[in-house]
Design a protein around this ligand. Structure first.
Ligand code: KG4
Ligand code: ZN
Length: 361
């Protein structure tokens, strides 16, 4: 009798031990290093229920070194990533309250982005997974931005996602977590670049997008008119806008050298309105074409107050249900990479150690 009881309790203990080691959870470390942000995050999700999950930590080291150059300097970015990567990952694990041995897999950004920067994150992820004998998962940065919508929300499939950042402007048709099709994209500059280049012309520091947004709040968006590009289909172009802002400011300054100072808010509001109208115009065209009313946005420019306001107004008019990630998940972060890694892990899609980073994808 004693033998049976102790044998049963031994079995229960063994089961619990097995659960605590493997558990019902999947814990993914995400690493993002595609541009000038070194980021690491820990995501915990369930093995069975795709819908459940939680971000345990989300650490971002922003590289200040680029400010003085008015843009990201690739070589400086790689060096800063090398300095940041270990402290950032350590901090992410510490804040998540987990040991590295508890990780199920490591997901990293494979591209698109700056090659040297991507290499730092990829090399770290490879070494880490090799040491821990756990799977390595490669993630497309843009897929990460799209899936950032699942951190706090739950858009219904299919939905459209406008990804607007410093490097990208795309409309994605999202049929499933991993079934993402790009249906429109910029032919030249990204929307974030249009904001940043406008800011530079106006003498504002890099990255100027948030400052244009700030000054635009008190400005008149109808004060000045800038042309809309005539691009067919769902593609975008922003390089013409940058040039027209440049010529406009140059010409006005010939008449009044203080033109910028006197009209800063109005210029910012007018340029912002132009960018927002172009973005929302194409998004509305895509929504009508595909008959979709679930609309999400992502990427750094999703933080723009003018874009959010216009999206809300259009949603009311058109019956859209809109999804916008929390600000910290709009700009580059590793939580979205860990999240994307989780969906790939569930499907058993993992990478080989030989996987190469890619500047364009
Ligand atoms: O997604 P993100 O952090 O990095 C890239 O993948 O590029 O986006 C950064 C971009 C920059 O161009 C920045 O100026 C822009 O997002 N941005 C904004 C705002 N906040 C960030 N642009 C306009 N209004 C904002 N409030
Ligand atoms: Zn990004």
């Amino acid at each position: 009798m004693y033998f049976v009881i102790s044998f049963t309790s031994l079995l229960v203990n063994l089961q619990n031990y097995y659960k605590s080691v493997n558990g019902n959870s999947i814990i993914i470390l995400g690493i993002e290093s595609s541009c000038d942000e070194t980021a690491a995050a820990v995501f915990k999700g369930e093995k069975e229920a795709v819908s459940s999950g939680i971000i345990l930590s989300n650490v971002i080291a922003t590289q200040k070194v680029h400010e003085q150059y008015g843009g990201v300097v690739p070589e400086l970015a790689s060096r800063a990533h090398q300095q940041n990567i270990i402290p950032v990952v350590s901090e992410a694990l510490k804040r998540a309250g987990i040991k590295k041995e508890a990780l199920s897999a490591v997901a990293f950004t494979r591209g698109p982005g700056l090659l040297g920067s991507l290499l730092v994150g990829a090399s770290f992820a490879k070494g880490f997974t090799l040491g821990l004998k756990i799977p390595l998962i490669d993630v497309n940065h843009l897929q990460g931005h799209v899936l950032s919508n699942f951190i706090d929300n739950r858009p219904g499939f299919p939905f459209l996602c406008l990804v607007v950042s410093g490097g990208h402007t795309q409309i994605a048709l999202v049929k499933d977590y991993l079934g993402i099709e790009v249906i429109g994209q910029t032919l030249d500059d990204a929307a974030g670049e249009a904001f940043d280049k406008t800011a530079k012309i106006l003498g504002l520091p890099y990255p100027g997008g948030p400052l244009v947004d700030k000054y635009a709040i008190t400005g008149n968006p109808e004060a000045f008119r800038f042309p809309h590009p005539k691009i067919p289909g769902l593609d975008f172009s922003f390089s013409g806008l940058k040039t027209s802002v440049l010529y406009f400011v140059r010409d006005r300054m010939k008449e009044d050298e203080n033109f910028i100072q006197k009209n800063l808010a109005d210029i910012c509001a007018s340029v912002q309105k132009t960018i927002v109208d172009i973005l929302i115009g194409k998004l509305a065209k895509a929504a009508a074409h595909y008959g979709i009313k679930e609309i999400a946005i992502a990427g750094g420019v999703a933080a723009n107050s003018g874009l959010r306001k216009s999206l809300e107004e259009t949603a009311k008019k058109s019956g859209w249900k809109i999804y916008i990630p929390e600000f910290r998940y709009c700009t580059d972060n590793a939580a979205m990479i860990a999240m994307a890694g989780y969906y790939k892990f569930l499907k058993g899609i993992v990478a080989e150690q030989t996987v190469a980073v890619s500047a364009r994808m």
